[in-house]
Design a protein around this ligand. Structure first.
Ligand SMILES: NC(=O)c1ccc[n+]([C@@H]2O[C@H](COP(=O)([O-])OP(=O)(O)OC[C@H]3O[C@@H](n4cnc5c(N)ncnc54)[C@H](O)[C@@H]3O)[C@@H](O)[C@H]2O)c1
Length: 268
């Protein structure tokens, strides 16, 4: 494959491009901010003129946010919604019409879209309202996209990736944050600590997620669930909803976590 890469960070982008070139693939790398529709459109134009219509589109960029639901600032809402949700929407708006047109022109053309959501799009751990809201939105958007595509063709497919904790750079998402003088609140520090601990304990790597995602693309499978142990909370939540019950504590199977959170938040 020829590979188009984009990221907001120039240095890791250049490193990834160099790595891909060593296996002999042609590359195009562009530093863009996916939350800006005009920058994604510039990527679309550059992709189209260099390689033509892409056969695989992966909307992966995402940033983390934590803390009590009422503590994230309007700027944080704007930024995290911008990257996690609008980034995905911008990718779909720019590239999917080309894919559909190519499928109309040639019976041999097939394409696949991968949107990266999260288990946070299926369950509601506390101190994660902003991040959870973005990932619920990505999941709802992507399921609807699946149905929309099916109305037009069976040769442009989509998958949604819902990982649990994976050790990556996401807990350092503040590196992307707008300059702010606000110090993180106690609940935001607690959320960050929980994310770091969850990642440290995780046995699933980013490479594992990538391999499972490629398998799903090859099989035209919609859902990519990489953490089977996390699915329990999904069924409990669905059962609560069907029964009209109040939400079960997502940490009910992890004794001590909720008590620790309550103690920490009420201490100061
Ligand atoms: N790591 C996890 O535990 C986990 C779990 C579930 C879902 N996810 C999702 O996986 C995806 C990848 O995240 P990751 O964990 O590899 O984190 P990461 O920080 O290692 O990678 C995210 C990448 O997105 C880039 N990025 C951030 N803002 C951008 C912007 N505005 N425009 C373009 N690029 C931008 C970053 O520079 C970085 O290279 C995200 O959508 C994340 O929400 C991660």
């Amino acid at each position: 494959m020829s590979v188009v890469l984009s990221d907001i960070e120039a240095e890791p982008l250049a490193r990834a491009e160099a790595e891909i070139q060593t296996i002999g693939a042609s590359t195009l790398a562009m530093r863009i901010d996916v939350s800006r529709a005009e920058e994604v459109q510039a990527l679309e134009e550059a992709t189209f003129s260099r390689f033509g219509v892409p056969e695989l589109l992966v909307n992966n960029a995402g940033i983390a946010a934590g803390g009590l639901a009422w503590e994230n600032t309007p700027n944080e809402w704007h930024q995290v919604m911008g990257v996690n949700l609008h980034g995905v929407v911008n990718g779909v708006r720019s590239f999917v019409p080309h894919m559909l047109e190519a499928a109309k022109q040639s019976d041999d053309f097939e394409a696949h879209i991968v949107n990266v959501a999260s288990m946070a799009g299926l369950q509601c751990a506390p101190l994660m309202s902003l991040y959870n809201a973005t990932k619920f939105a990505v999941l709802g958007f992507t399921e609807t996209l699946y149905h929309d595509l099916a109305l037009l063709t069976d040769r442009v497919n989509v998958s949604v990736v819902c990982p649990g904790m994976v050790p990556t750079g996401i807990s350092r998402s503040e590196r992307h944050a707008p300059v702010t003088t606000l110090a993180p609140t106690a609940s935001q520090q607690l959320a960050r600590m929980m994310t770091d601990q969850g990642m440290a304990l995780s046995r699933v790597s980013a490479a594992d997620v990538a391999q499972q995602t490629m398998a799903a693309v090859m099989e035209s499978r919609f859902y990519v669930f990489t953490h089977p142990q996390d699915m329990h909370n999904v069924s409990v939540r669905a059962a609560d909803q069907l029964a009209g019950r109040n939400p079960t504590d997502p940490f009910e199977k992890m004794p001590g976590v909720t008590a620790y959170l309550k103690k920490s938040l009420n201490a100061g």
